[in-house]
Design a binder for this molecule. Structure first.
Ligand code: SF4
Ligand code: SF4
Length: 161
């Protein structure tokens, strides 16, 4: 489906996620579907949790046990292909890369957006991190209902027309 529409299918999305019980603590979800010569995710991870191997074209894989959920890979990936996800009760918490203006603020309610650009829900902004190492990629922590675990991908300002 990715090849035809540019949008990953549910099966393709789920193939990037571990079982839900392994998401009690934040883990990187790498949605890098194509073989491309790229590796900042791997070289930026201080815990060697992202493996590409000797051929830079290989798709990255995650060693779940080594990932501590620091988020460095999220803002290091030029393709914005990595999020951090954790689940608590009926909520899913995402840390997403965000490069648009306006930048959201803590406690605001934004729109939760799916991969096809549709509004699927509301998203609560829990925190916003922006530092000199992030090269203008803001790390936004967002809470959505767990039922949108495989739908949610980003946020959109609620004031946008
Ligand atoms: S979240 Fe941190 S520890 Fe986990 S893969 Fe990314 S950089 Fe490595
Ligand atoms: S940095 Fe991003 S786009 Fe590049 S290989 Fe890693 S996940 Fe894929």
């Amino acid at each position: 489906m990715l090849n035809q529409t540019g949008i990953a299918s549910l099966d393709e999305i789920k193939s990037c996620f571990p079982k839900e019980h392994l998401l009690l603590k934040p883990k990187a979800i790498i949605e890098c579907y194509q073989e491309i010569p790229c590796n900042p995710c791997s070289t930026s991870c201080p815990h060697n949790a992202i493996i590409i191997g000797p051929d830079i074209n290989e798709r990255p894989t995650l060693d779940l046990d080594k990932c501590i959920g620091c988020g460095i890979c999220v803002y290091s990936c030029p393709g914005l292909a990595i999020t951090l996800v954790s689940i608590k009760d009926d909520k899913a918490e995402f840390k997403i890369p965000y490069e648009f203006l306006p930048v959201p603020k803590k406690d605001e309610i934004w729109n939760a957006i799916s991969r096809d650009g549709a509004i699927v829900s509301k998203a609560k902004i829990k925190s916003v991190l922006s530092g000199p190492k992030q090269d203008k990629t803001v790390l936004v922590t967002v809470e959505v209902d767990k039922q949108y675990l495989y739908d949610f991908i980003t946020i959109r300002c609620p004031y946008e027309r």
